[in-house]
Design a protein. Sequence first.
Length: 365
Amino acid sequence: MVVLGFYSGHQSSSPFKDNDWASYTLGIFICLNCSGIHRNIPQVSKVKSVRLDAWEDEEVQFMTSNGNSIAKAKYESKIPPFYYRPTFTDCQVLREQWIRAKYERKEFICIDKQEPYSAGYREGFLWKRGRDNGQFLSRKFILSEREGVLKYFNKHDAKDPKAILRLEQINATFQPTKIGNPNGLQITYLKDNSTRNIFVYHEDGKEIVDWFNAIRAARFHYLQVAFPGASDADLVPKLTRNYGKEGYMEKTGPKQTEGFKKRWFTLDDRRLMYFKDPLDAFARGEVFIGSKENNYSVLDGLPPTTQGNHWQYGITIVTPDRKFLFACETENERRIWMEAFQKVIDRAMLPQEYAGKAIKTLHRH
C-alpha cells in the first residue's frame, strides 16, 4: 500500500475548491464537501483521502488512467444547456442532485432518454407558504411551456388557479436558510408592477431540483423563440439568477428624519428591495440602482447631519434624485454590501434596464 503521491501533478477540472479527496471507483478528485455526498452513494463512488489514507497499487493506477477531465467528457457529454451546474458556493441539495444526476442516474450520457424536467409540462404538489398565515400547505402546481405559464391552485380539485405566473417574468432561487428547509425554493414574479415572492419546498431533493430545472428549461425555450438569433451562451445567464446580496440593514425614510428601522434587504440585479420580514410576499419598497455613468454611487458612512439612533456602520447610496441612507451591524457586513452595490454601479446599463428606473419606489418605512 502507498500514500497517493501524484496528486500535485494532476490539475482537477472540478469547479470545487480544495480537492484533497478522491473517488477511487470513478477516478476523480473531489473537495471535502462533495466527498460527503459521494459517500452517500457507495454503490457508485468510494472515497479516500488523498493525503491521509493508504492506497493500493491498482487504485493508484486507476486514478492515473482516469482523472477529472476524462470523467467529465464521459458523464457530462449530453448536459442540456439549461441545466443548472452548481458551484461550491451553492446549497447542498443542488450539489447533491448534480452529483447523483451525473454518476448515479447517468442523466447526461444518453441523449435518447428524456428527463422529466425537459418535457415542457410538469404537474405536482409542493408545500407553499401562505401569504398571510405563514403556514406551509400542499398546493398543486402546473408548469406549461405551451401556455407559457406556471400556475398553482389553492385546492386540489380546483378548476381555476389561484395565481398565474408568466414564464417571461419568473425567477427561481434556492433559499434553504431563509425558508428553513434544505429543499426550499423561492419563486418570484411581477404582479401589478411589484415583485411577488412565493416560498415552496418538497420533501424530496430530486423533486425540487427537477422543478427548478423545469422552470429553467421552459424559460430557455421561451427565450429561444423571443430571441431567435441569440446563442445558448447568451440565453443561459438569463434563465434564473441568484441575488447579489441579502441580509438585514437599517434604513431611514425619504425625509431622513424618521429614525432608522431594521429591514431585510434583497439586491436583485439593479433592484434593492426591502421587507419587514425575510418571508414577506411583497416588498415594502424598491430602490433602483443605476450605473456610475448615470450618476449613481455608493459612499462609506452617513452624512454628518444624520439624525436618530442606528447601527454604527453606515452606507450612502447616491442617485440622481436623492440619497438613500443605510446602516449595517458590523464592518464586515458593510464591506460585503458595498462591494455588491459597487459591482452593480460599475456595470453599464443595458437599454432595457432604463425601464427599471420607472419603478415606483414605495416608502412604507
